[in-house]
Ligand binder design. Structure first.
Ligand SMILES: C[S@@+](CC[C@H](N)C(=O)[O-])C[C@H]1O[C@@H](n2cnc3c(N)ncnc32)[C@H](O)[C@@H]1O
Length: 376
C-alpha cells in the first residue's frame, strides 16, 4: 500500500488500520503508542462511536515483535472495554497509567435547567458571564457551547434564573464531574521465552527506566549533595500536566526530602533474604518542593497543535516524547500508532529522531498530520 506521507523515517498510511495492518510485515514494530477512539461519540464524531474490539488488537499484535509494549489511551467510562478487548486479543496487561490534567471541562447537564426545559418553561436571562470551558452550564443543559470553537475557548454565555419551583430546588445539581485524568493501558505482546532471551533475540524487553527518570529540581545537573551522580527518581505510573502539577503542589505544600544514608538492616537473620546495602549509598534525593516533583510533568504548549488542526483530542508533544522514550529500545526502536489522528505520536518520534509508522482513517486528519510533520 502506498503511504500518504513518507519522509525522514516517518510513514503515515491513510486508511482503515484493519486493512492496512495486514499489508505490513510481521514482527516489524518495536512498540505501539496510540490514542484509539474512546467510544463516547466524542463531540458527535463518527470515528468515536465504538471502542476498538479484539480484531484491531490482534492485527496490531501481528506486526509487533514478541515482548513489544503497547500504550493505549482510554476514556474513564470505557476503559474497561478497551482493556478487555486488548487482553482478549492475546496481550498481557502490565499496568494502568494515569495522565492527570487540569484543563478538562465537565460536559454535564444542569438538572434544574433540564426540568424547566421538560416543562416548556422559559428562563429569564439575568446576566452574562465569561464562559470559561467547564465552569458554566448553558441553557441547552450542556456545557457552554463556546467550547466547540477551539479557536475561541472563552466567550460570553447567559446566566438564567430557574422558571419553576421544581427547577429552583434542583439548581446546583448536575450529572457529571470534571474530567481530570485519562487512563492509559500498558500491555505487552507475550515474550519469546524469558525477558533475557527476548532481549537478545528480538532487541525488545522492558522499559527505558534510566532515560525516563524524574529529574529533581535541586540536583537537575546530575549531582547530589554528596557529589554522586543522581539520575532522578524512578518513573511512576502517573503523569501530570502543568496545571495538575500546580493544583497538586498547592494542596501538598512545600516539603523537603531528607538525604538518607542507608547503613544496615541491623538484623543478622535478614541478610540471607535481602541484598545488603552498600554503606554510604544515597537512597533519597534531598530536594524540596510540591508533591508534583515525584511525577513527570509535561509542559503544555498552545502552539504545538499547528495551523488548522481542529482535531479535538490532540495529545501534548512533551507527554508523547516522554512515553516514546520510556518504551524505546537500546537502538531506539520503531513505534506504530494505528490511530494516528493529527499525528502527535509521529511528531514526537520525529522530534526524538526515531522511526515511526502511523495509520489514520480520516483524510483531513492525515492532511493536518502531514502539515504538522513538515512544519517541524
Ligand atoms: C482519539 S483520536 C487520536 C488523536 C491523536 N492522539 C492526536 O493527537 O491527534 C483517534 C483517531 O483514530 C482514528 N481512527 C478510528 N478508527 C480507525 C481505524 N479503523 N483505522 C485508522 N484510524 C482510525 C480516528 O479518525 C481518529 O482520528
Amino acid at each position: 500500500m502506498k503511504p500518504y506521507y513518507a519522509k525522514d523515517n516517518i510513514t503515515l498510511y491513510c486508511g482503515d488500520n484493519r486493512e492496512v495492518l495486514p499489508t505490513l510485515s510481521e514482527a516489524s514494530v518495536d512498540f505501539v503508542c496510540s490514542d484509539p477512539p474512546y467510544g463516547l461519540g466524542f463531540m458527535g464524531h463518527e470515528w468515536d462511536h465504538g471502542v476498538p474490539g479484539i480484531p484491531y488488537w490482534e492485527a496490531i499484535q501481528r506486526v509487533c515483535k514478541p515482548g513489544a509494549l503497547m500504550l493505549a489511551f482510554g476514556g474513564t467510562r470505557t476503559y474497561h472495554r478497551l482493556t478487555c478487548a486488548i487482553e482478549d486479543a492475546g496481550w498481557e496487561i502490565r499496568d494502568c497509567l494515569m495522565w492527570l490534567y487540569g484543563t478538562g471541562f465537565p460536559k454535564a447537564a444542569d438538572i434544574g435547567k433540564m426540568i424547566d426545559k421538560a416543562k416548556g418553561a422559559s428562563r429569564e436571562v439575568i446576566g452574562t458571564k465569561l464562559g470559561r470551558p467547564g465552569y458554566s452550564l448553558a441553557d441547552n443543559g450542556r456545557t457552554n457551547e463556546v467550547y466547540h470553537d477551539l479557536h475561541n475557548p472563552a466567550g460570553e454565555c447567559a446566566i438564567t434564573a430557574p422558571a419553576t419551583e421544581l427547577a429552583k430546588r434542583w439548581t446546583g445539581w448536575a450529572n457529571a464531574l470534571k474530567p481530570a485524568w485519562e487512563p492509559i493501558v500498558l500491555a505487552m505482546k507475550p515474550l519469546d521465552g524469558t525477558l533475557a532471551h527476548n532481549a537478545e533475540t528480538w532487541g525488545v524487553a522492558g522499559m527505558n527506566i534510566d532515560r525516563s527518570r524524574i529529574q529533581t529540581a535541586d540536583n537537575a545537573n546530575g549531582a547530589d549533595r554528596k557529589g554522586k551522580v543522581a539520575a532522578g527518581r524512578w518513573p511512576a505510573n502517573i503523569f501530570l500536566d502543568e496545571e495538575a502539577a500546580t493544583q497538586l503542589d498547592q494542596q501538598s505544600g512545600h516539603t523537603a526530602s531528607k538525604v538518607r544514608i542507608e547503613k544496615n538492616f541491623g538484623r543478622k537473620d535478614e541478610s540471607q533474604y535481602r541484598i545488603k546495602p552498600v554503606p554510604g549509598v544515597v537512597k533519597d534525593f534531598g530536594d524540596s518542593g510540591g508533591a508534583s516533583r515525584f511525577f513527570y510533568t509535561a509542559k503544555a504548549s498552545r502552539s504545538e497543535r499547528g495551523e488548522g488542526n481542529d482535531h479535538p483530542t490532540v495529545k501534548p508533544l512533551k507527554l508523547m516524547q516522554y512515553l516514546l522514550t520510556l518504551l524505546s529500545t537500546p537502538t531506539g526502536g520503531r513505534v506504530l500508532d494505528p490511530f494516528a489522528g493529527s499525528g502527535s505520536t509521529l511528531l514526537a518520534a520525529k522530534l526524538l529522531g526515531r522511526p515511526a509508522m502511523g495509520i489514520e482513517l480520516d483524510e483531513h486528519s492525515c492532511e493536518v498530520a502531514a502539515a504538522r510533520l513538515d512544519s517541524l
